[in-house]
Design a protein around this ligand. Structure first.
Ligand code: GLN
Length: 484
């Protein structure tokens, strides 16, 4: 699939119709899904109808926006009116939302064409998309490996060119880590930049929705379309949204950008080949005109334990609403209300979700609240301070996105701790509410993609896109595709 701008050009020059473009995506999905399994459902009829409307506009000589007629995949934890939204959980298997999330409404208004809902770890809890209750998504670069998670369906769909762009959500790395494993761009915006209205809540103080794309410009276009204040989300920021694409230049102005390399993220536990490729990428940034220095974020390493108190605590509260009364599944064989609750939840939630609910309920219970939850919130502030100190010296921070390349399916499912360790470098960014982007920066010796993470100061998505774009344009990584 071509880029958004190329597809837009094809549409306005009448070289191809929006229906032809939608059909190409739907055909590719049909052809590849038996191998990749990135979609939980496709929405062909609605997609073709939306595409016909775009074609009618073009035929009538009306102007269309950049996203009009562009196929897009939507992570299945975003509510879509009249279309099942399962969160890859049995507890929501029959749930058809009566309302539309703000981001998907914005995409509808921009006349983007949703082709389907993508797979995820159940309720976005996981790093491999293996905890989906419905199917395991495969990494398009090596089908025996995981695509990462939890937005693994979206990342795999984009990497496999089933659709040019997709939306994911990121609570502790769920956009950036799968983007890294699948060799695509994935951005988690500043907390509050994108409305969470209609995003099924996992950990509300950390969740953000963001774009996944094959190139930086497409991600910038998509973020521009979904960002902005929304009165329906109390944490939504009232800020002007710049045209992120305007700043994209193939070179950085000499000495205009200071980059800090987070010292602590190149040590123990990080695969040597990942370290090597990210270091080479940093050299390239230097060649492009960036000033590079080493930065220490000493409390970065407390991110993981802090997150695994805060996120499950918020999750245990958010998931209390799935009680068999208001949403989705309800077991038939309960003889009183309490047994209906417990049997429904026992049958509806998978093992990982239950583990998080138990962890969170424990951390929030009387006597443990101060020892765990409150302590974690304090450490969260310290981690944020590390970033604030760093951003007094530099504009953008760099680290690897994940400690390894994509691992084999099944390799970590029996060992949750080793799965959690993979989020080491993405989690602190969510705890501090900052924007972060994954940019592909090479391959390991088995041909699996490696990603570099760029972290920006609050609301400096523009700088991240600028650095990512200059790097991308000066390297060949975005030109290669998985061998499918
Ligand atoms: N992998 C992390 C977790 O399991 C992050 C998930 C996410 O960002 N949604 O919680």
């Amino acid at each position: 699939m071509a880029s958004i701008r190329q597809l837009h050009q094809q549409l306005i020059s009448k070289e191809r119709s929006a229906v032809e473009i939608a059909q190409e995506a739907l055909n590719r999905i049909q052809q590849l899904e038996p191998k990749v399994h990135s979609f939980l459902c496709t929405t062909s009829e609605q997609a073709l109808e939306q595409a016909r409307q775009v074609d009618a506009k073009i035929a009538a000589g009306e102007e269309i926006g950049l996203l009009a007629g562009i196929p897009i995949g939507i992570k299945d934890n975003l509510c879509t009116k009249g279309i099942a939204t399962t969160c890859a959980s049995h507890i929501l298997e029959n749930f058809v939302p009566p309302y539309e999330s703000t981001v998907t409404q914005k995409l509808k208004d921009a006349e983007a064409v949703m082709v389907g809902k993508t797979n995820l770890d159940e309720f976005a809890m996981g790093s491999s998309t293996e905890s989906s209750a419905y199917q395991v998504t495969c990494n398009p670069w090596d089908l025996s490996r995981v695509p990462g998670g939890s937005s693994g369906g979206s990342a795999a769909a984009v990497a496999a060119r089933e659709c040019p762009v997709a939306l994911g959500s990121d609570t502790g790395g769920s956009i950036r880590q799968p983007a890294s494993f699948c060799g695509v761009i994935g951005m988690k915006p500043t907390y509050g930049l994108v409305s969470r209205y209609g995003l099924v809540a996992f950990a509300s103080s950390l969740d953000q929705i963001g774009p996944i794309a094959t190139n930086v410009e497409d991600a910038a276009i998509l973020l521009g379309a979904i960002a902005g204040h929304d009165p329906s989300d109390a944490t939504s920021l009232k800020v002007d949204i710049p045209d992120y694409t305007k700043l994209l230049q193939p070179e950085l102005k000499p000495k205009s950008i200071k980059i800090g390399v987070i010292k602590e993220t190149f040590g123990e536990g990080i695969d040597p080949v990942v370290v090597e490729k990210v270091r080479q990428a940093i050299e390239q940034l230097q060649n492009l005109g960036a000033e590079v220095q080493e930065i220490s974020c000493p409390r970065f390493r407390y991110g993981l334990p802090t997150y695994y108190i805060i996120a499950p605590s918020e999750a245990s509260a958010n998931l209390a609403r799935y009680d068999g009364v208001r949403y989705g599944k309800r077991v038939a064989d309960a003889d009183n209300i309490l047994s209906m609750y417990t049997k429904t939840r026992a049958a509806g939630f998978g093992a990982e979700v239950k583990r998080r609910i138990m962890l969170g309920t424990y951390a929030l219970s009387a006597g443990y609240y101060d020892a765990y939850y409150l302590k974690a919130q304090k450490v969260r502030t310290l981690i944020k301070q590390d970033f604030e100190n760093a951003f007094e010296k530099v504009d953008v921070l760099v680290s690897p996105t994940a400690p390894t390349t994509a691992f084999k399916a099944g390799e970590k499912t029996q060992d949750p701790l080793s799965m959690y360790l993979g989020d080491l470098m993405t989690i602190p960014v969510n705890l501090a509410g900052l924007p972060g982007i994954n940019v592909p920066c090479g391959y390991d010796d088995q041909g699996l993609p490696i990603g570099m993470q760029l972290i920006g100061n609050v609301l400096r998505e523009d700088q991240l896109f600028q650095v990512a774009y200059a790097y991308e344009q000066s390297t060949p990584w975005h030109l290669s595709k998985p061998p499918l």
